[in-house]
Design a protein around this ligand. Sequence first.
Ligand code: NIG
Ligand code: FE
Length: 389
Amino acid sequence: MVTFLVDNIGELVTNIPGTGEGGPLGIRRKAAVLVEEGEVAWIGPSRYAPAADRRIDAQGGAVLPGFVDSHAHLVFAGDRAAEFAARMAGEAYTGGGIRTTVAATRAAGDDVLRDNVARLRAETLRQGTTTIEIKSGYGLTVADEARSLRIAAEFSRETTFLGAHVVPPEYADRADDYVGLVCGPMLRAARPYARWIDVFCEKGAFDPDHARAILTVGKDAGLGVRVHANQLGPGDGVQLAVELGAASADHCTHLSRDDIDALAASRTVATLLPGAEFSTRSAYPDARRLLDAGATVALATDCNPGSSYTSSMPFCIALAVREMGMTPAEAVWAATAGGARALLRDDVGVIRPGARADLVLLDAPTHLHLAYRPGVPLVTKVLHNGVPQ
Ligand code: NIG
Ligand code: FE
């Protein structure tokens, strides 16, 4: 296999704590990275760089671990641009529009769904996302959830069964029956294609008892746990996530002091999704409180056609810095190493020998520019599994 030397790196963000500068970012200057067999083989000063088949010139710019987007809903058909326009004219987001996408998704053929995931996956990769979690949740029948996950698994090993997104219309007033379906036949059909299970625990979606029942059977079936928690209002989602040892509690927009303390005392990552607050014109979560309490914070896009139709991790970094009290260094860490923690991965979100060679090259001297220059396409090159894209 061809070896690559990424050379002439002005600032290398490794995320290896205790090395170099920048605290947790482990920054090295004037560095080079050797890539072999899809993995990082060597990191060191440019002047000691070993020979390689091909040289990639970083032109004195910053190089970061590829972004880890630990929360995305890519398997769907259609869009909800009109709903977005109505919101920007003053309507509130309730999650009710999920059913619109469910109808479009059910009516779509496999090719339409697959093409949509491929389009969005390509879009994310161009912007530096090398690992992405993909949820089901717009099928909500046994067959449609299974095919959503089958298609998701063609693009990522981080697949999440979200049969408990909302109660579909044909089960209106029969939530118990729907939960029985999710816990039984739907979970069995989804299981071969899923690594994780997730529930939208929120008023208007699933209450804590239903959420606990679904997450527990999923966990017993060998799936890892993640929870859509405290997005639209205060609630029990975060406490439930911590109680069940979830890898991640996602959204975390409306948190009590107890919620923050519970997260800080646990291994559950608080995954913040500022694209959702941007696109629903809502108040952003307070990342500062979480960080100051000692919680681990990740950033992700929540890419979906309703509440957050962005695929851009740099955009989320910029929002987190401008609106959520994070420093640029904290936001970059959260979008790389934080996402990896939220997926319980130690081979991504870091540039160390043996890690996957997922690298992002920026047309900028430092990681600060991701927040400092919002909306500018700074990602010039991406290596994914050691392969230049
Ligand atoms: O994470 N909150 C629930 N699910 C998505 C929204 C899905 C939609 O509106 O279609 C979210 O924001
Ligand atoms: Fe979501």
